[in-house]
Design a protein around this ligand. Structure first.
Ligand code: ZN
Length: 240
């Protein structure tokens, strides 16, 4: 029986949708929070109600457990921490050895906002789709950062705050496999067609791995992960 409550950091992308399903199978009630930090494209904000409704429709128990959704306005932060994701710019260009898409402190800020909201809602668990396997270039996605952040939040809020990271050690192919494990083909299909990952905000042609420009770093990663997952699923005789 599921117990407890969790707040899922939900961006309507592949990773956070998978985390949402993971959380819905483990907690009695779930709330979601997203962030408007001045992303170059608003696609992920317009897709969030679509993905949330789609997830709720997959299992009656999920519909019961899925509670309020919140979007925190963080444009001031986005303006301060300008990167290629929030301003114009070449997404393939590296800066100080980090991808141009790196928004400095983004996950630290997201977790702080989420924790403040969780505290008010008396929720002690945050769930986030950060992953150090594929995004090794993002220092705020690493396990050490998350451990330190959980310790800081727990001290600063004087209440134990847990940060669950179900994708931390998974490859993108393993993340697709986790989606299938948690929500079956219905969830895989929903993630494929309704989640948004592309940095360029392109949603024109549906590719096997979903919508996107196919050329930005996020699309390249998503496509490679899907292809590895589909090859493996084929080998197991499951539909890809
Ligand atoms: Zn793209």
């Amino acid at each position: 029986m599921n117990t407890g409550r969790a707040l899922v950091l939900f961006s309507a992308g592949q990773d956070s949708a998978t985390c949402l399903a993971w959380a819905l199978n483990r907690f009695a009630s779930i709330e979601t929070i997203g962030f408007d930090y001045g992303q170059r494209h608003g696609v992920e904000l317009t897709q969030r109600p679509v993905v949330l409704a789609g997830v709720a429709a997959i299992k009656p128990a999920w519909r019961e457990r899925l509670g309020a959704d919140h979007v925190a306005e963080m444009r001031g932060f986005g303006a301060l921490a300008q990167s290629a994701l929030t301003a114009g710019g070449d997404l393939t260009e590296a800066k100080r050895g980090l991808p141009a898409s790196f928004v400095p402190g983004r996950n630290l800020a997201f977790l702080s906002y989420a924790a403040a909201h969780a505290w008010l809602r008396e929720i002690d668990v945050l769930v986030t789709g950060v992953c150090e396997t594929d995004y090794a270039g993002y220092p705020d996605c690493r396990q050490g950062t998350i451990d330190a952040m959980a310790a800081a939040l727990s001290l600063g809020l004087d209440r134990p705050m847990t940060i669950a990271t179900p994708l931390m050690r998974l490859s993108k192919a393993e993340t697709w496999a986790l989606a299938r494990q948690e929500g079956g083909e219905a969830l895989v299909s929903l993630i494929r067609t309704d989640t948004h990952t592309c940095y360029a905000g392109v949603r024109e042609t549906l590719q096997p791995w979903g919508y996107g420009c196919g050329a930005c770093p996020a699309c390249i990663l998503r496509r490679a992960g899907w292809e590895a997952y589909a090859a493996q699923a084929d080998g197991e005789g499951a539909p890809a």
